[in-house]
Design a protein around this ligand. Structure first.
Ligand SMILES: [Zn+2]
Length: 322
């Protein structure tokens, strides 16, 4: 969803100042006050998911502690596992992100768990999956999550081995598929201008192309390694240990993974009991708070990509890797 910019409520006030036809009688004061109150209420309902969450959920729920606006105009490429810059979060703040869906079954359980705790997340969707299960995309939009993009076909050997023209066409097709499923129509630009490369395998040209269009590129600060087979308990222990070490960050999960769907309720409850707070990313005017990596930073994902690309021959079949 897109928040109204600050001052959106002023628009009704602006119309109040517009010239009125002479023939129209002045509006009674009580009616005008009522209209202003209704306008404020309506604006508040749209502009403040935090307030809505607080109203729907009791104090026991994790909820969303604050919203960060992502301004694609800042030419963003964020996430310490891949890029030497990160979204600047406060201590014990996390952003929840989910890749590769929507997937029947698992994505529904993930959405149920988020709803139960009044938490909002960012999903990076695979376009062809959005075409297959548009109802799940609509549900993500309706429940206030940010619906970002993760290419149309999610090639097993990443977009990096394709020509830039082919990769761009696939990314564009993904934008259109997700927006058509989630919002009923696709325009020239994605509704939610967030993109994560399949397998984090970007190219300088593709990053530049996305940034030129105001699309923010996301890596991740930490992850659950849920592309590997493990029990929900093992995944919970692993991601919590990594989070305790990092203290904060943008976390990558896969809503396509049953183990993630199963461990998520416990993960969210543990975040609450350990004093973590959830930040929700939405497109907006920013300024987006960013920070540089510490000296000596290196990419963790390049080694993984090299391993992935070393496993099979170019331009082979497609699957859902990370
Ligand atoms: Zn993926």
């Amino acid at each position: 969803m897109r928040l109204d910019p600050p001052g959106a409520g002023d628009r009704s006030e602006g119309s109040h100042n517009a010239p009125r036809p002479e023939s129209k009688p002045p509006m009674p004061f009580a009616t005008r006050v009522l209209q202003i109150c209704l306008a404020v209420l309506a604006t508040g309902a749209v502009a403040s998911p935090v307030a809505a969450a607080a109203a729907d959920c009791g104090p026991q729920a994790l909820g969303v502690s604050r919203i960060v606006e992502i301004d694609g105009g800042q030419r963003l490429a964020l996430g310490l596992q891949t890029y030497p810059r990160a979204l600047a979060l406060r201590d014990r703040e996390v952003v929840l992100t989910f890749d590769d869906g929507p997937t029947p079954g698992a994505t529904s359980r993930v959405l149920d768990a988020l709803k139960e705790e009044c938490v909002r997340a960012t999903f990076f969707l695979v376009g062809r999956h959005a075409e297959e299960t548009p109802a799940l995309v609509r549900r993500e939009v309706e429940e206030g999550h940010s619906v970002g993009h993760h290419s149309y076909s999610h090639p097993a050997r990443t977009l990096r081995l394709w020509s830039d023209a082919t990769a761009k066409a696939d990314i564009e097709r993904g934008f259109a598929a997700v927006d058509k499923a989630g919002f009923g129509a696709a325009g020239p630009a994605p509704k939610i201008p967030f993109f994560r490369f399949p397998g984090f395998a970007d190219t300088p040209e593709l990053v530049r192309w996305l940034q030129d269009r105001g699309i923010a590129v996301f890596g991740a600060d930490l992850w659950a390694s849920d592309w590997q087979e493990m029990t929900p308990q093992a995944e919970l222990d692993l991601v919590l240990s990594r989070l305790e070490a990092a203290g904060r960050g943008v976390i990558l999960f896969h809503d396509s993974r049953p183990s993630t769907a199963k461990m998520l309720p416990d993960f969210l409850k543990t975040l609450k009991t350990r004093g973590y707070r959830v930040v929700h990313m939405v497109p907006g005017a920013g300024p987006t708070p960013v920070e540089d990596a510490k000296p000596g930073w290196t990419s963790a994902t390049e080694a993984i990509i090299a391993k992935t690309l070393g496993k099979s021959k170019p331009r082979e079949g497609r699957s859902n890797g990370n």
